[in-house]
Design a protein around this ligand. Sequence first.
Ligand SMILES: Cc1cc2nc3c(=O)[nH]c(=O)nc-3n(C[C@H](O)[C@H](O)[C@H](O)COP(=O)(O)OP(=O)(O)OC[C@H]3O[C@@H](n4cnc5c(N)ncnc54)[C@H](O)[C@@H]3O)c2cc1C
Length: 320
Amino acid sequence: MEKVKIAVIGAGPAGIATAIEAKANNIEPVVVLEKGESVCNTIVKFYKPGKRVDAYYRKKDIKPIGICSFETESKEEFLQRIEKWIKEWNLDIKLKSEVTNIKKTDQEYEILIKDKPEYLSEFVVIAIGIFGKPNKPSYPIPKELKGKVFLEPPLEIPENKKILVVGGGNTAAEVACALCESNQVFLSYRRPKFFRINEINLKNLEEKEKQGRLKLLMATDIEKIEPYNDRIKVFFKDGKEEIYDLIYYCLGGTTPKNFLKRIGIEFNENGEPLIDEFFETNLPKVFLAGDIALKQGSIMKAFNSAHIVIKRIKEKYLKN
Ligand SMILES: Cc1cc2nc3c(=O)[nH]c(=O)nc-3n(C[C@H](O)[C@H](O)[C@H](O)COP(=O)(O)OP(=O)(O)OC[C@H]3O[C@@H](n4cnc5c(N)ncnc54)[C@H](O)[C@@H]3O)c2cc1C
């Protein structure tokens, strides 16, 4: 695992500004981990070509307080500005690097990319925005199956159900193992062998299967699912059909809120992540920045939050 001082998750305006502010304060090494194929994924994907990027957004005149700032300009000009900053500040940005988990070790945080531990970092700044979604299967999920079909791991474990887990990564393995303690569980994976999961999860799966707690359905692919007498009928591509009570798809991706919950960040009664005035969460040295930390976010607010986070890290933790 590579050791860094700060791991920034998300290369949107907040993540880029965090890395710039960190470098300007000699807080290094800093790595920015981005799940998309380009930086500023939200802007690239959701802004129309030629869109005006307003510095004065939602009728709020937010004054820049840090290094990063911009004047109203087109989407293309804004993205060029970001590229220029990345070069000028020599930022270390890893694209196609979706962070799937963060785990506390004795001194640092272990950062998992696509379920694999890749970085050890003293500080973590989460700047993942608000637009993330879990990946869906290619076939439709009928709306009658709401409450029976899930695209993310359960936060609470159901009991006495016949459950199909779909996926071949560590998340699918961990979900299947957790569910099989109190349910009848089947794990469907389209390949004949697992190749992405770690040794511990592989061993757990094999043990649970030996104990008869779960059944691995290797090389199975689903064609469609349909409602069936308050349950779910699954049609496999090889012509087989089976009935289940619940399905959990573990195909990667997540909503930002569930991501935060999974790593242990607490929420208040309004469903907002608990952070102090400097954006630090209940996990020491883990901060939020940008839209995920703000009500009615904007680019300038994202830039400013990055400045506040780095100033706080410097003053609270790196005084000497
Ligand atoms: C259509 C539209 C128009 C807008 N127009 C304006 C405007 O004119 N002016 C303005 O100020 N604001 C505007 N906004 C709002 C502005 O885009 C956001 O406030 C700003 O992008 C927030 O920046 P951010 O870095 O917090 O989040 P984002 O820009 O959403 O960036 C988050 C990044 O994190 C990445 N990511 C997510 N999850 C992970 C993960 N697990 N691992 C690694 N990477 C991850 C994403 O791919 C993304 O690149 C607009 C928003 C929309 C949708």
